[in-house]
Ligand binder design. Structure first.
Ligand SMILES: Cc1ncc(COP(=O)(O)O)c(C=O)c1O
Length: 365
């Protein structure tokens, strides 16, 4: 039998079967009640993934469309913009701003290198009249990730608007939008989201909205203001990519076991121990039945200690841990929880684990 090829390009990524099935669902009225129910669910899921309270906008477009929407909404012709570029996509962002008439200053790195926050600091100190900074988080053309947290600190210290191309990072590399103060963060469906190309998603901060109100670039298809008003009514301005959005709902289930970590944020989550709350219905005595089922399935995990007894379980992943160990553990976790009545989407956690094994560990819980 001919095996399907291993699609190992940096997007589009392979689409998990579960997501493919979700996308095969019959079409719905995109101005009807089903879509009105779907949209807020997606917005909430995206806020979770972007780690933000900001508004989320969704457009039928590739990532470049999302970048263009940012320039069209926050940059004015003739205005100075700083583009931090370390590769082809950084150059594209800068070119795009130029195409909209911006006066673009470039902080250009040799390909293969990342931006130095001190250089950015020096540049912004000498250029008080640059209201907007464009940064690529993960430069897909060179395989280099910028130290975005430090760069964001600098941009915020200088009180400029920070627009981040997170096309190949968000959902795969940790980017806590609110904590780092990213004003506009943009991604696209064909990357870490495990979806086909065709949808761009972005978060917009209050400061970005204020800028949007006075920015003078022409915009129509990507007018954020209209997009926000339409989304508030449970629809989108133009016809949405309905099937991909069905897939997005399924892909967002990568919080697949519906469980919460004890660690207050991915930043402080231990790389050697993962402590997880039981779902409410399984807290206390019921948790013992879950541990028993897991043991019967060959999985032994740590119990909660002290005041966390009966409330959490702890998975150790120190020492020799290989991919098959992770997969076997997640599968047993899923089966044990399901056997004790916790509804899980069969295989969802496993898909998420497999996905996370090829990226950062932020989406597996
Ligand atoms: C970092 C980055 N920015 C922008 C883009 C452009 O996205 P698209 O091809 O979806 O328009 C890509 C695509 O690979 C990318 O990796």
């Amino acid at each position: 039998m001919v095996q399907p090829p291993q699609l190992r390009i940096p997007g589009p990524t392979p689409v998990p079967e579960r997501v493919q099935r979700a996308m095969a669902a019959p079409m719905i009225n995109h101005r009807g009640p089903e879509f009105r129910a779907l949209l807020p669910e997606l917005e909430a899921g995206l806020r979770w993934a972007f780690q933000t309270e900001n508004d989320m906008l969704i457009f039928p477009a590739s990532g470049t469309g999302g970048l263009e929407s940012a320039v069209a909404n926050v940059v004015s012709p003739g205005e100075r913009v700083l583009a931090v570029t370390m590769g082809a996509f950084g150059d594209r962002f800068a070119d795009l701003a130029e195409a909209f008439g911006a006066d673009v200053a470039r902080l250009t790195l040799p390909w293969g290198e990342a931006a130095d926050p001190e250089d950015l600091d020096a540049l912004l100190r000498h250029e008080p009249d640059i209201p907007t900074v464009l940064v690529t988080h993960n430069e897909t053309s060179t395989g280099v990730t910028n130290p975005l947290r430090s760069l964001a600190e600098v941009v915020k210290r200088h009180n400029r608007l920070l627009v981040v191309d997170g096309v190949s990072s968000i959902g795969s590399i940790d980017l806590p939008v609110d904590r780092w103060g990213v004003d506009v963060a943009i991604t696209a469906s064909q990357k870490g989201w495990m979806l086909p190309p065709g949808v761009t998603m972005l978060s917009v901060s209050k400061a970005a909205w204020q800028r949007q109100a006075s920015a003078r670039s022409p915009r129509f298809y990507f007018d954020w203001d209209r997009a926000k008003k339409m989304q508030a009514k449970g629809m989108t301005f133009t016809t949405p990519a309905v099937s991909i959005l069905f897939g997005l709902r399924e892909a967002l289930l990568t919080g697949a076991l519906g469980l919460r970590l004890l660690a207050s944020s991915p930043d402080v989550a231990s790389p050697t121990v993962t402590a997880v709350y039981f779902p409410d219905a399984l807290i206390g005595e019921k948790s013992e039945a879950v541990f028993k089922t897991w043991r019967e399935l060959g999985l032994i995990v740590g119990e909660g200690q002290g005041k966390l007894s009966g409330k959490i379980f702890r998975i150790g992943h120190l020492g020799a841990v290989y991919e098959p160990d992770v997969v076997a553990t997640v599968e047993a976790l899923e089966r044990g929880l399901e056997a004790q009545g916790h509804l899980v989407t069969r295989g969802a956690a496993l898909t998420a684990a497999r996905h996370a094994l090829s990226s950062e560990p932020s989406l597996v819980a």
